[in-house]
Design a protein around this ligand. Structure first.
Ligand code: C5P
Length: 219
């Protein structure tokens, strides 16, 4: 495959409870990162996977992933953005398409990886998978009083993998000043048109205990 996938997993998230990096939380006995990488590796377009791990856990993460796929593991940085940059720097020059994926979206189907990559290959500099927003959305003030109801027909919930022409992602990272949790947001700031493709409900972000329970049922 001609596509490189970056997985920033160097954070020490605690939202599923105390005890370690979010990406290493277990789902049916295996870390979320392992589930995520397994599905990414199945996608035929993927030729390289680079994971950013906590600096003191690079060898451990490499040993976790070695049985799953041929993965490059690098030390992440102080912020998510720094971790993505570190992973990007480890991508060989021949990869023109780079996807950034969240380990917490552990059940993302390989088909979604393919769809994002083909949209980039089709000429879009930046591509994100999105879902319609099903709930009614209200804007509230500091005390929780409703200010207004937002027109949800124009809103989308954003998933990963987010796909980029390599030069677009490199430029976005060079230009970005503060930490971003959304790589496409950095491309937007550069004035790059961000294309959307239909997301997948299976690509849910496994963040809270409820999501972990849902993911267990889906497996
Ligand atoms: O903690 P947060 O939800 O912002 O992290 C989002 C993603 O970025 C997580 O997968 C986390 O592991 C990653 N991250 C990273 N390097 C950091 C901070 C976060 O790779 N320094």
């Amino acid at each position: 495959g001609d596509v490189a996938v970056l997985v920033p997993a160097a954070g020490l998230g605690i939202r599923l409870g105390p005890g370690g990096p979010k990406a290493l939380r277990l789902l049916r006995g295996e870390p979320l990162l392992v589930h995520a990488v397994r599905r990414v590796a199945i996608a035929p377009c993927v030729g390289r996977i680079v994971v950013a791990a906590p600096a003191d856990a690079v060898d451990f993460v490499a040993s976790l992933l070695a049985p799953i796929a041929d993965v490059t593991v690098v030390a992440g940085g102080a912020t998510r953005q720094a971790s993505v940059s570190a992973a990007l720097a480890a991508v060989p020059a021949e990869f023109d398409i780079v996807l950034v994926h969240d380990a917490a979206r552990a059940l993302t189907p390989p088909e979604l990886v393919e769809a994002v990559a083909s949209a980039v290959r089709g000429g879009h500099g930046a591509v994100i998978p999105v879902l319609p927003v099903v709930d009614t959305i209200k804007q509230v003030d500091n005390s929780g009083i409703v200010l207004t109801t937002v027109d949800r027909s124009a809103l989308r919930a954003v998933q990963t993998p987010q796909g980029f022409r390599r030069d677009v992602l490199v430029k976005a990272h060079e230009a970005a000043v503060d930490d971003h949790t959304d790589d496409a947001g950095m491309a937007e700031k550069l004035g790059v048109e961000v294309h959307t493709v239909p997301g997948s409900e299976a690509a849910l972000k496994i963040t809270r205990p409820f999501d972990l329970a849902v993911a267990e049922l889906l497996l």
